[in-house]
Design a protein around this ligand. Structure first.
Ligand SMILES: [Zn+2]
Length: 299
């Protein structure tokens, strides 16, 4: 979430809790204040014009950038909360920065609001105390011992992938250390689940591809069989067309024989009529001969 609100303050350290409360959402301010008391704010780098920070929220670690520019307070947080005009995390950071920037034990911190140039940053890398990060002297030995006592079974649980032991008895800064370990473990678990889901998805897809490949192979076989059938049909067609050609040749031969037979028949009929005429002549001759035989002989 990114927000921009008009702000008359010239330096971030001048924003005191009542001023922050006056502009913030009531519920968001309450939770931000609680985060501050639970020591969940980590300021990474800051000067009186800009703060970079991280806050351990209820669902993970969120990062913020807050700056003063041209009479506006511009806040940006990696969370997705709709809190207006700024989220609980940015409120917690402003409260933490204000608390840190106040003179303590009669001595001003290195960043003095009255003299701090806008580009001066917290001397984080110079080993000076960083707001939100306890200096070694702030830690109580008992707390550290309790943390180490918790850490041993926690490490074993991490190794075996089991749930982390209860850390509610830890107090002070070490409580947030255990919370950080818990958050990291949570994230590891989430990515592990994601990995398992991805793997199962991959297996499903591989099986699907395998089935598709089998189907393609079966289709190829069918195509081969169909090709063979089509070749056989083609051969049969060629043979049939050859047979047809022969049949038409035979038919034309039969036609020519028929005409020859017809002319032969005509000739036979003509010969027949000639024979008839010859027979008639014989009969005439026979009749004449018979008549001659009956005639009495001439004396
Ligand atoms: Zn936020």
């Amino acid at each position: 979430m990114r927000n921009k609100i008009p702000c008359s303050a010239e330096r971030l350290s001048l924003l005191d809790p009542p001023m922050i409360k006056a502009v913030a959402d009531r519920n968001a301010f309450h939770i931000g204040n609680q985060y501050l008391s639970e020591n969940r704010v980590r300021i990474i780098e800051a000067d009186d014009a800009q703060i970079s920070s991280a806050v351990i929220g209820n669902s993970g670690l969120y990062e913020q950038t807050i700056r003063l520019k041209d009479g506006h307070l511009i806040s940006k947080c990696s969370c997705a909360l709709p809190e207006e005009p700024m989220c609980r995390h940015c409120i917690a950071v402003l409260l933490e920065y204000h608390r840190w920037a106040q003179p303590k034990n009669g001595e001003q911190r290195r960043v003095k609001p009255s003299v701090a140039p806008p580009t001066q940053v917290y001397p984080v890398r110079a080993g000076a105390p960083v707001p939100g990060l306890a200096s070694p002297t702030d830690l109580k030995l008992g707390e550290v011992m309790a943390f180490i006592e918790w850490l041993c079974p926690a490490l074993k649980a991490l190794e075996r992938g089991q749930t982390l032991p209860d850390s509610s008895k830890l107090a002070g800064d070490v409580a947030s250390w255990s919370q950080i370990i818990r958050n990291l473990e949570e994230r590891r678990r989430e990515s592990e689940e994601g990995r398992i889901n991805l793997e199962s998805d991959m297996r499903d897809r591989e099986a699907y591809v395998g089935r598709l490949t089998q189907q393609v192979q079966a289709s190829m076989e069918e195509i081969k069989v169909a090709q063979a059938c089509s070749q056989q049909l083609q051969r049969a067609l060629t043979a049939s067309s050859e047979v047809l050609t022969k049949i038409s040749e035979i038919a034309s031969e039969v036609g020519s024989y028929e005409s020859q037979l017809k002319s032969l028949a005509g000739e036979v009929i003509a010969k027949g009529s000639q024979l008839d005429k010859l027979a008639q002549s014989f009969r005439d001759v026979s009749t004449v001969l018979k008549a001659l035989a009956k005639t009495p002989a001439i004396p």
